[in-house]
Design a protein around this ligand. Structure first.
Ligand code: ATP
Length: 452
């Protein structure tokens, strides 16, 4: 267990994540990924893209815009209903998300509750301002979408997308018309989403700008339950495949009260963070609500013609909606280990090889006797096949430690013997076991590790 502040500073020290606009004092709810973090993030995205798109011939990808026609958000219900409730402190003026105040104090989830009920509960449970213990005002509605002005002058008001899913529905007809896909088929996307969260917190867990990895699977009504189960299973398997401890993953089904009004069934996939069990992904049966809404608001036919039955119908949608940043945080927290080795603390990120930022690092034992030149030759050879790192600053022990902390799978040390027989010492990250191998076999060894 590590407190979140220590974890944030570890992430900064090793170049995973930085507070956005730090030189101006930071900007709540916004984070930037550093050189090592961005490699891990990219690997998670690639694993998702591969498992969803490249492994399924009936699923294709798109990349939609961040800003769309404002009618999209009217049709989707976001303009009127994408709302949280704010409770403001009468004394210090700070604002809080009302449902979170109740959850924190009583452990009771109150998703879907209306303002008057929330206010009743806050009074009944005698909930005060978490910062100054002041009394709270009655909660009010707050729409989470970021507004933006399009064009000069008064222009037109639109919004930064609060989810990627709508871009997929907007392109449903285009995909049908320009591909040979037949139901069941899927459309997937990875991209930014923006939500003006009232109280961003827990580092990357609740941000105002974040990334989603979403897939919408279009099916007939009669097959919806079957595909819901299929995708739930498939998504759970994926977390195992990227190395997340299965014991820290669970599913929680939404109760009738928690379900969105249009949803037929929904589960959250949760990870046991150091700050509790929290949602990292949702799998939803959305019925035919989304396409029906867009058909109604756009006056364009968004139905599907079934050639077998010769009937037209609006497809049902099974959605898998994952938060990339939350998965990144889960991956990091899950792989972070502190061990004692020969009386000294070793921090090691036991990342799955596919997720590790570098598959190998190469060092010369000393910075002389032609060792750096030979080490660079070997580094060049490895990086043609895998992301690799070269270092010659510091003792071997220090270089090992730096690599352990960022999860590099292998450290390759070039010494005087290398010059004689073309062999190197290769050290495995998790076991710290070392062996001597021929330079010619290094990439084979790394490859074996990646795909075993
Ligand atoms: P929460 O209840 O935690 O606000 P949500 O149920 O509103 O989340 P969805 O709308 O289902 O979330 O979005 C799908 C996924 O997007 C979530 O499972 C989560 O991983 C991610 N996500 C949502 N909001 C945020 C956020 N503010 N910061 C980071 N990731 C987010």
């Amino acid at each position: 267990m590590m407190d979140i502040e220590s974890f944030v500073s570890f992430c900064k020290r090793r170049g995973f994540v930085y507070q956005n606009s730090e030189i101006y004092g930071g900007f709540a709810g916004f984070y930037d990924y550093g050189p090592i973090g961005v490699e891990i993030l990219r690997n998670i995205k690639n694993e998702w893209w591969n498992s969803i798109i490249h492994q399924n011939e009936e699923i294709v990808g798109i990349e939609g815009t961040l800003i769309t026609h404002p009618k999209v958000w009217k049709a989707s219900g976001h303009t009127d209903e994408f709302i949280d409730y704010i409770s403001e402190c009468k004394k210090c003026g700070q604002s809080f998300r009302a449902d979170h105040l109740i959850l924190d104090k009583t452990g009771k989830k109150v998703e879907g509750m209306k303002s008057s009920d929330l206010n009743g509960l806050i009074k009944k449970e005698n909930i005060k301002c978490p910062t100054c213990k002041g009394e709270l005002k009655n909660s009010v509605e707050f729409n989470l979408m970021f507004k933006t002005q399009i064009g000069p002058g008064k222009g037109e008001t639109s919004y930064l997308r609060p989810e990627t899913a709508q871009l997929i529905y907007l392109n449903f007809k285009n995909i049908l018309d320009t591909t040979r896909l037949k139901i069941p088929f899927g459309i997937a996307q990875i991209g930014k989403a923006f939500r003006n969260e009232i109280s961003p917190r827990n580092f990357l867990f609740r941000m105002r700008e974040f990334q989603q990895m979403e897939m919408q699977y279009f099916v007939s009504e009669k097959d919806a339950d079957k595909y819901f189960e299929k995708w739930k299973k498939s998504r759970l398997k994926w977390y195992k495949e990227i190395g997340i401890n299965n014991k820290k993953i669970r599913t929680v089904e939404h109760t009738k009260k928690e379900l969105a009004h249009y949803a037929k069934k929904a589960i959250d996939i949760e990870y046991k963070f150091d700050f509790g069990w929290k949602e990292i992904e949702g799998v939803h049966n959305r019925g035919d609500w989304d396409l029906k809404q867009h058909q109604k608001f756009s006056n364009q036919k968004l139905d599907y013609f079934d050639e077998k039955t010769k009937k037209r119908y609006i497809p049902w949608i099974i959605e898998t909606s994952a938060g990339l940043d939350r998965i990144f945080l889960a991956v990091l927290m899950d792989s972070y280990k502190e061990e004692t080795v020969k009386g000294r603390k070793r921090i090691v990120l036991k990342l799955h090889p596919k997720i590790a930022p570098y598959k190998a690092a190469v060092f010369p034992l000393v910075k002389k006797d032609r060792l750096p030149k030979k080490a660079k030759e070997i580094y060049k050879k490895i990086k043609e096949c895998f992301p690799a790192f070269y270092d010659e600053k510091g003792s071997i022990g220090k270089m090992y430690r730096r690599m352990d902390e960022i999860g590099t799978c292998y450290c390759v040390t070039v010494d005087h013997q290398t010059l004689e027989d073309n062999t190197v010492t290769i050290r495995e990250r998790d076991t710290m076991k070392q062996k001597r191998i021929d330079v010619e076999n290094i990439t084979k060894e790394i490859y074996k590790n990646l795909y075993s």
